[in-house]
Design a protein around this ligand. Structure first.
Ligand code: BES
Ligand code: ZN
Ligand code: ZN
Length: 488
């Protein structure tokens, strides 16, 4: 775990502050901020010279460093003024943090980019800075080249927004850590322990059902997937009930496959290691609940995680087996590698039966097909309620976490009808795999409950270029969007 946890807010003159590097924003054909101009003067006009020469333009993502006698000045491109938004601020924050880490500088001071004093701008800046400071260094024991940023200050901007952004970013970093740790560390037990720590911090009620209990309760989907592993599986329920009793709870559900080998329908060896990330849906839920523990909003939210490994073994579920989910529906397992939907069948049924949900959001690294459709650029979203879907899209615009809706038409729902059971766990070969996954899940959402499914298999980790991501590791993407949808 390595990231800066708090941000110091400064309101005076930047020249009186202490830092190893001072960062200012530059708009493309819009010039420097007043603070940036004073920094330019302090270092003998080097920035304006670079601008005049055409070397420095202020394009989004551009950075340049200049040297004064006793300090360094970083100029961060903000792009065109007309396109300036929260994501530009986040991105500039990430660039500033990365620039400091790259040069092994302990303290960075940034201005409130674009002189935006709104609460959301403050939140976005804190998110960019903290997420940009994140590194996953836990397993380097001999490499002495490791460096962690120690302090971030911001001059100007909205203090309350920054405090909120810091809470959110820390929660995203918690999720990233759980996700980046390998399957022998982030086990279902570890997820339950993390849930317990969050419950304690946020005064939530935690219930954890173990294999014997959830099997007895009728969670045949989870029990079926867990049959092949001796690592104890868990069904985790976290209740955050700080709203009015009459207020229906918002429910978030995560796929928590702490390692997905494919089971008997085993995956190819290449990249199988990446299947430690198959619990990113669970990471999303824990990130959301961790944020609630920190922000303490007056609302009711329930977080549910179905966690197990998916392995093959003497007791493992086999292709052709039929499982009975918690809502009584039968599942014909035609591919044991389509295990995420099997465990989520119980999560969705449990939520629908035990609560009167305002809505349900589920998060899952469900299909390789979503990567084919949308690459690493967007999360696939599907649902049954246009109003809730609209809310998801609006939140995604704000957070910069792109989503793209795929259709859940009846024609697709027919793809998962089984000849001998209620549903089968795969659709048609090579066709609309992400939609088939959602069509399956829909069978387990109670009648009339607004629901959106997020397929994060393309966005939860991977080869993505954003200043506030760390290498190819876990991104923690969609936590921020979900929090916005929830209204936290
Ligand atoms: N965890 C995988 C999905 C996945 C694959 C995520 C690659 C990220 C990268 C999931 O459990 C799975 O294996 N799904 C199958 C479903 C198929 C058998 C219907 C898939 O996508 O191939
Ligand atoms: Zn699988
Ligand atoms: Zn999986």
């Amino acid at each position: 775990m390595a990231h800066v946890k708090t941000i110091t807010h400064i309101s005076g003159d930047w020249q009186d502050a202490e830092a190893d590097i001072f960062a200012f924003g530059l708009f493309e054909s819009g010039g420097l901020s007043p603070r940036g101009k004073s920094a330019d003067e302090a270092i003998g006009g080097q920035i304006s010279n670079a601008m005049k020469s055409g070397d420095l333009k202020g394009k989004s993502g551009e950075t340049a460093i200049f040297y004064g006698e006793s300090n360094r000045v970083l100029v961060v491109g903000l792009g065109k003024k007309k396109d300036f938004n929260a994501e530009a601020i986040r991105s500039a924050g990430g660039s500033a943090a990365k620039a400091a880490i790259g040069r092994k500088l302990n303290q960075v001071l940034v201005e409130a980019f674009g002189d935006d004093n709104t609460k959301y701008a403050g939140q976005a800046l804190a998110e960019g800075l903290i997420l940009g400071s994140y590194q996953f260094l836990d397993y380097h024991t001999t490499d002495t080249d490791q460096f962690e940023l120690s302090a971030i200050s911001v001059i100007g901007g909205n203090k309350g927004g920054m405090e909120k952004g810091s809470v959110i970013a820390n929660a995203v970093c918690l999720a990233r850590d759980l996700e980046n740790h390998p399957g022998n560390v982030t086990t279902p037990t570890k997820l339950a322990e993390t849930a317990a720590a969050i419950a304690k911090e946020g005064n939530m009620k935690l219930t954890v059902f173990d294999r014997e209990e959830f099997t007895e309760m009728g969670m045949g989907g989870l029990a079926g997937v867990a049959a092949g592993t001796s690592e104890p599986p868990k069904f985790i329920v976290l209740e955050y009930m700080k709203g009015k009793k009459s207020q229906k709870p918002k429910i978030v559900i995560g796929k928590g496959i702490t390692f997905d080998s494919g089971g008997i329908s085993i995956k190819p060896a290449s990249k199988m290691d990446e299947m430690k990330f198959d619990m990113c849906g669970a990471g999303t839920v824990l990130g959301i609940m961790k944020t609630l523990a920190g922000l303490k909003p007056k609302m009711n939210v329930v977080g549910i995680i179905a966690a197990t490994e998916n392995l093959s073994g003497g007791k493992a579920c086999k292709p052709g087996d039929i499982l009975t989910a918690y809502n009584g529906k039968t599942i014909e397992v035609l591919n044991t590698d389509a295990e995420g939907r099997n465990v989520l069948s119980d999560g969705l049924s449990y939520a629908s039966k035990h609560y009167e949900p305002a809505f349900i959001l589920d998060f899952a690294t469900l299909t390789g097909a979503v990567l084919v459709a949308l690459g690493h650029e967007a999360t696939g979203v599907l649902g049954t309620n246009p109003k809730l879907m609209e809310r998801v899209k609006n939140s995604s615009e704000k957070t910069g976490e792109k989503v793209w809706e795929l259709p859940l038409w009846d024609e697709f729902c027919a793809h998962v009808k089984s000849d001998i059971a209620d549903v089968k766990n795969i659709g048609k070969p090579m066709q609309a795999g992400t939609i088939a996954g959602a069509a399956f899940l829909k069978e387990f959402v109670g009648e009339g409950i607004p629901w959106v499914h997020f397929d994060i298999a393309g966005t939860a980790w991977g080869d993505r270029k954003r200043s506030y991501f760390y290498k190819q590791g876990a991104t923690g993407e969609i936590i921020r969007t979900a929090l916005d949808v929830i209204g936290a």
